[in-house]
Write a protein of this length. Sequence first.
Length: 275
Amino acid sequence: MNQYQHVDDSAESLRDGTIKLHGPAAFEAMRRAGRLAAEILDALVPMVQPGVATGAIDDAVRQMTLDGGAVPATLGYRGYTHSCCISINHVVCHGIPSEKVLKDGDVVNIDVTPLLDGWHGDSSRMYLVGDVPLKARRLVDVTHECLMLGIEQAKPGNRLGDIGAAIQAYAEQNRYGVVREFCGHGLGQLFHDAPEVVHAARPGSGPELKPGMLFTIEPMINLGKSAVKLLNDGWTAVTRDKSLSAQFEHSIGITEDGCEIFTLSPKELHKPPYA
């Protein structure tokens, strides 16, 4: 059975487990959705300060998404009631916005997914709150480097495992843990689709990368061990050893000679410090 499927970009593709191969219309739609995601993350930079409630950040994300002509894909997704995920310190991913306020020294991941004209722009970025300890800043730097090393492997002829192998090797070289329980994913007209993009893998393993594939790469790297657990709210994932965690995420498309990153920062605020 062929694991790849060429799709008509004018129609909703079914979640059938095949890896979709998209054409130029999809790439143009993903550029628009990805740019909006990046613009929202850029606009949050001055807001992420000590004393600001994560719920207020969520309100701002929702308003910016709507102002951009999109809707937040997370709002109502599997019962989720917020417009983004905000994960602080030892929260690995899917942190729920609330009245909790940011504190000096926190490291924070904000993950947004505007759904624009039927296409998903999915991206997350780390923010440093006030005076952040060196070990936390170093974790954030290495996590961004892991993402970009993974993206370097995203080109035709390579395999999905080459992405995860590059991320794992660099993280473990720095004695950090790579989260296995969550992964990147195909996207486009569907929020989550094939393939799963794992961030720890053997080189040369997994499906071959082909032009037209759309997916996220979003490594979650822990200062301590890789193990995580899910809290009782059913969403929030935290490190088991309470060590800090960091994550960056881009949405990309495989081209004829490499890949295109749809969610690059227009203001070049790719990683902190953002001064």
